[in-house]
Design a protein around this ligand. Structure first.
Ligand code: GLN
Length: 201
């Protein structure tokens, strides 16, 4: 198993380390030919406008779209924005996943926060009881609309405040996965394991 990590900008090295902890080979991807022979790709957090601009410059937009048609891709934070089909602003997006996002959705006072999430998809059979996942949000997007083929896998009360209505922060569509938060910044590798399983199918 060899998982690529898009290494144009942002928190890519942390994903490489998490994959290595699981015994999975991880390859940094900067050029189209580096997508060959990969079993999946992670698009990290960072700044989605910068990632998009660099992807255009390096001729990666069409190769990434082609890759995503038949392979697993996981976008974290800015990566989830880049996977989406609309981010309410004009910026290069892959448009692979049938979701729309709102960038920097948690407001100034809660630009960054950490909270526990219940994610049934992390249990072995997909619906058992699981230990909460400690999620780190950094100027995070929320997922606004999901298409019919998209499964919502985590919600959170906005800003981690239970008074607020829950919003979508993780979703899956076939072999595409989007998370608003940063599992690679924790030592809990269950999301990476989930993605490795998706890529291996
Ligand atoms: N706010 C960033 C964006 O809009 C995402 C932040 C992140 O990836 N941590 O692209």
């Amino acid at each position: 198993m060899n998982i690529g990590v898009l290494a144009l900008q942002g928190a890519f090295i942390e994903h490489v380390h998490a994959l290595n902890r699981l015994g999975v080979t991880a390859s940094e991807v900067r050029l189209p030919h580096q997508l060959e022979n990969l079993d999946g790709l992670i698009i990290p957090g960072g700044e989605s406008t910068t990632i998009g601009k660099l992807a255009v410059e390096w001729g990666l937009m069409e190769p990434l779209r082609d890759f995503g048609k038949s392979n697993a891709i996981w976008g974290t934070c800015a990566g989830a924005i880049f996977l989406s089909k609309d981010a309410r602003r004009d910026q290069p997006l892959l448009g692979l996943m049938d979701i729309t996002v709102q960038r920097n959705a948690f407001g100034r006072q809660a630009e960054s926060f950490e909270t526990e999430l219940d994610v049934a998809a992390l249990s072995k059979n997909g619906n058992g009881h699981v230990k909460p996942f400690h999620a780190i949000f950094i100027r995070a997007p929320l997922i606004e609309e999901v298409g019919p083929g998209v499964e919502v896998i985590a919600r959170v009360a906005k800003g981690g405040d239970a008074k607020n209505a829950p919003v979508i922060v993780a979703a899956r569509q076939g072999r595409l996965l989007a998370t608003s938060f940063h599992p690679e910044l924790t030592r809990d590798d269950r999301f990476h394991q989930l993605f490795v399983d998706m890529a291996g199918r």
